[in-house]
Every structure is written in C-alpha cells, then in structure tokens.
Design a protein around this ligand. Sequence first.
Ligand SMILES: [Zn+2]
Length: 482
Amino acid sequence: MNKYESIIGLEVHAQLLTKTKAFCSCSTVFGASPNTNTCPICLGFPGTLPVLNKELVRDIIKVGIATNCKIRPVSSFARKNYFYADLVKGYQITQFDDPICYDGHIDIEISDDERKKIGITRIHMEEDTGKGIHDLDIDSLMDYNRSGVPLIEIVSEPDMRSAKDAYNYLIELRRILVYLGVCTGNMEEGALRCDANVSVRLMGSKEFGTKTEIKNMNSFRNVEKAIDFEIARQIDLLEKGEAVVQETRMWDGQKQITRTMRTKETSVNYRYFTEPDLIKVNVSDEMINDIAKQIPELPSKRKERFIKEYGLPKYDASVLVESQDVAQYYEDVCSVLTAKNEHNYKLVSNWIMTEVMHILSERSITIKDLNLPPNLVAELIELFSNDVISSRVAKDIFPEVVKDGISPKKIVEERGLAQVSDTQSIENIVKKLIEENPESVEKFKNGKKNIVGFFVGNTMKQMNGKANPKVITEIVNKYLSN
Ligand SMILES: [Zn+2]
C-alpha cells in the first residue's frame, strides 16, 4: 500500500465559440491582424458600457446541464482588479460569489468496469485578456484581439487521486465541450487551458496537505506529466522532513519539471466587487428547459449505447465516440446495413478504426473532409462479410472507392474479383503444391504444424488473392493429414 495519497483539483478555462465577444460586438475570429477586432468597449475606454452576449449565457447553461450542475436563477458579474499590460481595463469582468452553475459532477472511467464521480464546484463566465508578443527583437507588443473573448472557468472538487484521474477528467470534459459545440477543445491552441492544484498527505489522514498550483501545461499529456512530477516532488520534500511551500509553479516542458513562479506571499489581492455596469443575469426555468432540449447525446451515453445496440467491445465504442462525426459516420454505415438486414456491426467498427482512420491520419483530414458516402462502405462490408471478396481484395480496392466514389460491387464485377467458391480449383492447386513440396509435407508430419501457412499462402498467391482463406485452410489441412 502507498504511504501517501495525492489530492488533485483542476481549474479549466474553455474559450467559447461565440461569434462575438462577451460584452461587445467585436468578432472572436482567430488569426485576424493584431488589434483589428477591438472597439472602445473591449479596449476599456472610459465612459463605455459593456452589454452581455446572450450566446455566452446559453453556452454556459448548456455546459452546466451537461455536467449535472445546478443553474442559479439570478447571478451577477464582478470586477477582478489587477494591473498587467494584457489587461487593458485594469480589471477583468468575471463572476465571484454567485457563479451561474454550481454543484455538478461528471463520471470518469478509471478502469474497465470502474467509474468515478468527480465533483464540479462551479462554472462561471468571464472575459479573456489580451496577448503579449515578446518574441521579437523590438519592444514587447500587445494584441487585444483576445481581450473580451468569452471564457468559462470550470472548477472541480479535489476529487482526483492521481495524474491519470486528472488526465481522464480533462479528456471527458473536453469531449463534453466539443460534443456540445461550445469549444474546439484544442489545448495546443489555447482554446482549453488547465491549472492544477496538487497536494499530498499521509494515507488515511483527513487533513489536506499544503497545495501548489501548477500552470503552463499546454497539452493533455503535459498535464499528466506535470502532476506526476509535482506529486513526486512533494513526497520527496516530506520524506526529507521539509515543508511544501504554498505557491504557484510553472511546468517547464523542456526540462520536464515544475518550478516556482510566485509564492503566495507576493500574490495580489484582487479586491473583487460587483460590476456596476452590468445588470444581473436572470435565467428562467423555461430557458433552461429550452436549452436542455438542444443538448445532443453525450459521449459517455453514446458509448454505452454503442456497446448495447451494436454489440461492440468497450474499446471500439470509446474510439468511435471520441469524435462526434466519426460516431455519426459509424451509425450511418450501420443503418444502411440494418436496412438490408445485415448486422455485422463489429466489422464496420474494425473497418473504420483501421482502414478509414488510417487514411484520415495519413492525410490529416477529418471524416467530413473524406466525403465518402456511408453506403459505399456498407457495400464493401457486405461483400466482405458474405465472403464474396476476401479481406485482401477489400483492402486493395478501398483506396479507389475513396478516391473516385465508385461502387465496390461494380469494381468487383468488372474485374472479376469475386472469391472463387468452387473448391475444385482450390483443391487442384493444393494437390499440386503438395506434390511439388515433399520436404514441407515431411516437416508437417514431424510436427511442424505451422507449415500449413506456407501452403495456404502459396495457394492464395496462385489464385491472385481471390480465394476464401478459411476454405483454403480447410482443404490444406485435409490433404496434409492424409
Ligand atoms: Zn470590442
């Protein structure tokens, strides 16, 4: 048993996909020239007034419902005051005492048959800051295009007990946000940012140890690595009889360590107070019900359904639901097969997870970009599962089906690729091979059973891959045993 237990909570910032900023009508589009998506409101000119973007409220309620949160009927905005060059107003508009969503949870999978509930303390709305550009030979420059872009902050309970838990929580949260269509979930581009609070304590202890906050983890794997490093570092300190200092630490990806960024003593007092320029946010039950209706089936539910409805192994179901579009594509192919009273759904998942995904990753495209009608994949699966063609032929013709959108049936007919089903021609080849290779037959009789593969392979070769391997194997076994 481990001597120590680690306690982890995550604060996740998600950039929303609203078309306009949180409190003005500036565009949120990514990649515009610096400072072109700005106006007196998001630049904080005196005398301007912010107006709340309703889309932001709807999006956060969606996330709140999907994460089993309670939604506050009345909530307010607050000013978080601090000075920094990227914060042009001198304060950030956020929510403080009364976040719009609170007291929720999501389930994460910790092993094949074990799930764990991770509490969500709160989810609130806030605005993003500008961005400094420091990597130039000239002075530091500021780009305020991001100033006022809507963010939601999702704060978890300290319910995670390992870096792996934190990783799984983050992945599940990302899936939910992407499924809801409110965030791209791209951590490398900063659409999803995550800070971790980490502490350790002796196993069985009720009190929390001193925690540190880790920042600057810009990928899912880095979150896991940084937390693992931090847990080990804290345990090491305690083992040496030293104390953990409460501080903010930064993940250094190059050195693969966390290091001190600022200690608590120097941290600022934000002097939060109610934002006087914005009215309270009122949410009616009607609005909540209306939004609830627009929430799609969430990934964990969809995964369960895939296992039940299509008889898929857990692994297949998780891979397929990872992307909403891939999951939909899978269902589209299956529904074509169902209509024809074909039910080989596992074959469809095999095909999508190997052949289709191989092409997607090779070309770095999405399944939508592939533009392949689901009925063509269904047709190929049908030919293959009914032994009309071998798996080799199916794989061989697939790139053509993808490239030109030609019906696999047509390709098979035109080129005579259908599997030879009369056993006579297979038997003839097998008999001849056995006559020509007495030494291999001898090896078989001396117990080298895998010599079967040699005969099957050569028979298949002579039949240009158009024979059913199962039938060949049976025939080879029959002749070798006589
Ligand atoms: Zn603006």
